[in-house]
Design a protein around this ligand. Structure first.
Ligand code: ZN
Length: 127
């Protein structure tokens, strides 16, 4: 139930922010989810929906932006890993971990950095 605990964290953040701003309802929430969190977006959205029932966030629209990890090399190269071309990584985020990525400037394997974020980017509320 990885998604459930993530959804709980998101939900708490949303409710806290809504209360701090004296909101009467939450219209929409925008999330940034790193591809390496292994969260299944559908399950995550479902858990959020269940959690927000009977709260001021009930019925809020949830937008999800995915964040890709980037590659870093000993030689100082840093850039996008670019696995996404032709592959739907939203369905198969684990591809990022198994794909062999090499540094375009020196050819050594790249280290993956980032992609495990889970951020509540914006919350649109009704005052
Ligand atoms: Zn390199």
């Amino acid at each position: 139930m990885h998604e459930y605990s993530l959804a709980c964290e998101i939900f708490e953040t949303v409710i806290e922010t809504a209360h701090d701003n004296k909101a009467s309802a939450v219209n929409s929430i925008t999330l940034e989810i790193g591809m390496l969190t292994h969260a299944n977006p559908e399950q995550l959205l479902f858990c959020l929906e269940v959690l927000s029932r009977d709260s001021i966030a009930e019925g809020a629209k949830v937008n999800v932006n995915f964040i890709s990890p980037y590659g870093e090399c000993d030689c100082g190269y840093r850039g996008d890993v670019g696995v996404g071309d032709g592959i739907n990584c939203e369905d198969q985020p684990s591809l990022y971990e198994y794909a062999v990525m090499t540094c375009p400037s020196c050819g050594k394997p790249l280290q993956l950095v980032g992609g495990d974020e889970l951020i509540v980017q914006t919350i649109d509320i009704e005052i």
